[in-house]
Design a protein around this ligand. Structure first.
Ligand code: HMG
Ligand code: MG
Length: 298
C-alpha cells in the first residue's frame, strides 16, 4: 500500500517564512524560490495574499509572485483567505491558490477572524472567481490532531470540513497538524475517518514537527497510501496564530526518508541542500533538519 512515488509540496517560502522573525525582501525570497525550483520540486507555495497587518512577513507576496519566472513544469501557489486576497492573486497571475479553514472553531477565529461556517461561506466567492479565471484551488484544514486553544479535535470534525472543501471544488485537501501534537495512533484514527469520505489521492499530509513526531506520522500516512507531503526546506517556520508551533517537517528529512525507502520524488538532495544552506545563511542559523546538518557535515 506504501506508494512508489510521492509528490512533495514545498511550503517553506510561505508557511516557513510567515513565521520567521526576520522578514525577507522580495529579492531574498525570489532567490530561495529559484534555488528550490532547480531541485526537481514541482509544487512550491510561494506566498500568501493575507492582511499585512496580520502577517507582515507575507506583505511582499505580490511582488514575489509577479516576478516568478513561469517555469512550465513548476506549479506555484499562494494562500487566499477572502475575495480581496483572491483578487490580488488573480492580478499576480498565479495559477493555483489555497483556501485555509480549520477543524477547530477557536483556531478559525484566531487565524482568520471568523467561524468555520463563515469561512466556508467566504470560500464560495473564491471558488467562483477561481473557476472564472481557470485557477486551481487547494484546501487546508488546520488543527487536525489538536488545537492550541481547544486541545483534542475529533477526527470526524476534520472529515466534515475536508469533505465540504472537496465538495466545493478543492482538488486536494491538506491535513494540517498545525501544532505538531499528533502521534502515529492519532494519525491512524484521523485517516481511518477521513478516508471514509475522501479518496486518498485527494489527501495531503501537512505536519509540523513541534514534538518530533512528523516523520513517524508521515510514515504512518504513507502506509494508508497518502502520496502528497507538504514540507519546508530547512524546517522553516510555524504558524503565527499557534503559539509555540515550530516549523513544518524539513523537506531534507522527508527526502532522506523517502530516498531510503526507494520512493521516487524527482527531488535532488544536493540541490536541496544548496537551497537549505542559502536560507539558513540568510537567517543566520543552521537548518532545522537533522538530515541537512548531517549531510552538510560529511
Ligand atoms: P479581518 O480583520 O477580519 O478582515 O481579517 P476585514 O475584512 O475586516 O479587513 C480588515 C483590514 O484588512 C482592511 O484593511 C482590509 O482591507 C484588509 P484596513 O481597512 O483596516 O486598512 N484586508 C486585507 N489586506 C490584504 N489582503 C487581504 C485582506 N483582507 C482584508 N486578503 C483576514 C480577516 C482573513 C484578512 C485576516 O484574518 C488574515 O489575513 N488572516 C490570515 C492569517 C494567516 O495568514 N495565518 C497563517 C496562514 S494559515 C496556516 O499557517 C496554517 C496552514 O499552514 C495549515 C496548518 O499548518 O494547519 C495553512
Ligand atoms: Mg502549516
Amino acid at each position: 500500500m506504501i506508494p512508489s512515488q510521492v509528490s512533495i509540496v514545498e511550503v517553506g517560502p510561505r508557511d516557513g517564512l510567515q513565521n520567521e522573525k526576520q522578514a525577507l525582501s522580495a529579492a531574498q525570497k525570489l532567490e530561495l524560490i529559484k534555488l528550490l525550483s532547480q531541485t526537481g520540486l514541482r509544487r512550491i507555495e510561494a506566498g500568501a495574499f493575507v492582511s499585512p497587518k496580520w502577517v507582515p512577513q507575507m506583505a511582499n507576496s505580490d511582488e514575489v509572485i509577479k516576478a516568478l519566472n513561469s517555469e512550465p513544469d513548476i506549479h506555484y501557489s499562494a494562500l487566499t483567505p477572502n475575495v480581496k486576497g483572491m483578487e490580488a492573486a488573480i492580478e499576480s497571475g498565479v495559477k493555483e491558490v489555497a483556501v485555509f479553514g480549520a477543524a477547530s472553531e477557536s483556531f478559525s477565529q484566531k487565524n482568520i477572524n471568523c467561524s468555520i461556517s463563515e469561512s466556508l461561506k467566504r470560500f464560495e466567492d473564491i471558488f467562483e472567481l477561481a473557476s472564472k479565471n481557470n485557477i486551481k484551488v487547494r484546501g487546508y484544514v488546520s488543527c487536525v490532531m489538536g488545537c492550541p486553544y481547544e486541545g483534542d479535535i475529533s477526527p470526524n470534525a476534520v472529515s466534515q470540513v475536508s469533505k465540504e472543501l472537496i465538495d466545493m471544488g478543492c482538488y486536494e485537501v491538506s491535513l494540517g497538524d498545525t501544532i505538531g501534537v499528533g502521534t502515529p495512533k492519532a494519525t491512524m484514527l484521523l485517516l481511518d475517518d477521513v478516508l471514509k469520505e475522501i479518496s486518498v489521492s485527494k489527501i495531503a499530509a501537512h505536519f509540523h514537527d513541534t514534538y518530533g513526531q512528523a516523520l513517524v506520522n508521515l510514515y504512518t500516512a504513507l502506509g494508508y497510501g497518502v502520496s502528497t507531503i507538504d514540507s519546508a526546506v530547512a524546517g522553516l517556520g510555524g504558524c503565527p496564530y499557534a503559539k509555540g508551533a515550530s516549523g513544518n517537517v524539513a523537506t531534507e528529512d522527508v527526502l532522506y526518508m523517502l530516498n531510503g525507502m526507494d520512493i521516487s520524488t524527482g527531488v535532488d538532495m544536493n540541490k536541496l541542500l544548496v537551497a537549505s544552506s542559502y536560507i539558513s545563511n540568510v537567517l543566520g542559523r543552521s537548518p532545522i533538519s537533522k538530515s541537512a546538518n548531517a549531510l552538510l557535515a560529511e
